[in-house]
Ligand binder design. Structure first.
Ligand SMILES: [Zn+2]
Length: 438
């Protein structure tokens, strides 16, 4: 595929000097070194558009797409939010059909907003019956992503699971879903598996240790959440320690670990995260409405921590719109120090998120990178008068959506519409599943 006549191509999100105008060629699912490698297939006119790497949503809970704006989940502390959500999951019965319906909606929503890769931290599993049902849930989620054309990093999470059962489930999932892989990534790069308990507030040392063993056996990445206020409170009341003290003792402060949220971290804790090589995910679209505060992103980055961006799930952030949350990240950053720069937040939402997944081929458009891109049409009135079209992507036109989205060299969103599915069908399937009709 050849994209022609771009107003601006963001090649390396970390380096504004790499931005250029003109054409961009994708060959065999990769960014070609120059347009001469192009074989002469599809051409896409992107004049008047900014082309960025595909966005990488580093933290979502796709299942929660079926549970947005639930009564009793807004304006309440997390200790009330958790049981309200849990009873809704129980009523709805978490199974493969619910996973499929919610993943289809969540992944489609993401693609329409420019998210080409999503990390789904799945925390809710049937606690009884065969673990075959767990494998079916993962397969349903993966199938939903593949059908729509998005990349999925599925995180086998845990939240108060029996530790042994969580570990055998994770093992069964890897065996069934990824019989062959490199460090948890399927050869075609479309599917990745990782593991991660919800946090020290919900899971004890045994779960961290046993899921960590599955990760080290198979070379999977590890992901968890820490230092929301309730996490800190529970760690203090249960163990008399702070969450990062526990994670360190349990072998979970290391370069293969990414921690979401991190709202309530001290300066010395930031230094420890940096020294341990842990990466972070900022999720202001969850942290702000939940009242958890604003993670010290600037300080984390300055200390050398790789920071990605995530939306978290529909139970707290009712949207999966990563660019909207990038804008929110900019806005709220000014409340906790010098404001973040748009360029840096774009880098977080692309390369930063990708690096936390151990996927340095994603999130940039340098030669040889994956052919995942968003084409943002900035020719409308909402962008008129914008001096810097890249900064404008985040600051101007709230709720902006890309005109085209390309994953693995294939157009999966064209002219603001899904290519491989019809939105009304996805909505109807979800509605039928959660209302029990149809
Ligand atoms: Zn979260």
């Amino acid at each position: 595929m050849l994209l022609t006549d771009a107003l601006c191509i963001v090649v390396d999100p970390h380096d504004a000097a790499s931005d250029r105008t003109g054409d961009l060629a994708f060959v065999d699912g990769r960014v070609a070194p120059d347009t001469s490698a192009w074989h002469g297939h599809e051409t896409l006119d992107v004049s008047g558009c900014v082309v960025t790497p595909g966005l990488v949503n580093a933290h979502h809970h796709l299942l929660q797409s079926a549970f947005r704006t639930l009564p009793g989940t807004r304006g309440v502390p997390m200790r009330e939010w958790l049981p309200t959500m849990a009873s809704s999951y129980d009523r709805a019965r978490v199974d493969a059909s619910l996973a499929s319906a919610s993943a289809s909606v969540g992944i489609a929503e993401g693609l329409l907003n420019g998210v080409t890769t999503v990390a789904d931290h799945h925390l809710t599993w049937p606690s009884e019956g065969s673990i075959d049902t767990h494998v079916e849930i993962v397969r349903a989620t993966a199938d939903a992503a593949l059908a729509l054309g998005g990349r999925l990093a599925f995180v086998r999470g845990a939240a108060r699971d029996d530790p042994e059962r969580a570990a055998s489930s994770a093992e069964a999932i890897v065996t069934a879903i990824l019989p062959s892989h490199t460090r948890g990534v399927r050869a075609d790069g479309m599917l990745q598996l990782a593991v991660g308990p919800a946090g020290v507030h919900s899971d004890a040392e045994a779960t961290f240790r046993l899921l960590g063993e599955v990760a080290s056996t198979h070379g999977l990445r590890r992901r968890t959440q820490a230092n929301e206020q309730v996490d800190t409170e529970i760690a203090l009341s249960t163990y008399g320690r702070r969450p990062l003290d526990l994670l360190e003792e349990w072998g979970w402060l290391s370069p293969d670990v990414t921690i979401a949220h991190l709202c309530d971290v001290t300066e010395p804790e930031i230094a420890r995260l940096a020294a341990a090589g842990v990466s972070a995910t900022h999720a202001p679209g969850c942290d702000v409405p939940m009242g958890w505060g604003i993670a010290p992103v600037r300080a984390l980055r300055q200390a050398g921590v790789t920071v990605g961006l995530g939306t978290s799930g529909g139970g707290s952030n009712d949207a999966g719109h990563l660019l909207a949350d990038a804008r929110l990240a900019l806005q709220v950053s000014a409340l906790v120090g010098p404001q973040l720069r748009a360029r840096d937040v774009l880098a977080m939402a692309t390369a930063g998120s990708a690096d936390g997944l151990g996927r340095s081929e994603l999130g940039r458009l340098t030669s040889g990178s994956a052919a995942d891109a968003c084409v943002w049409d900035v020719s409308g009135v909402a962008d008129a008068g914008v001096a810097d079209p890249v900064a404008g992507l985040l600051w101007a036109s709230p709720g902006r959506r890309p005109r085209h989205v390309i994953v693995d060299g294939q157009v999966v969103v064209r002219d603001y519409a899904l290519v491989r599915a019809a939105e009304p069908d996805l909505v109807a399937t979800m509605t039928a599943r959660i209302t029990g009709r149809g």
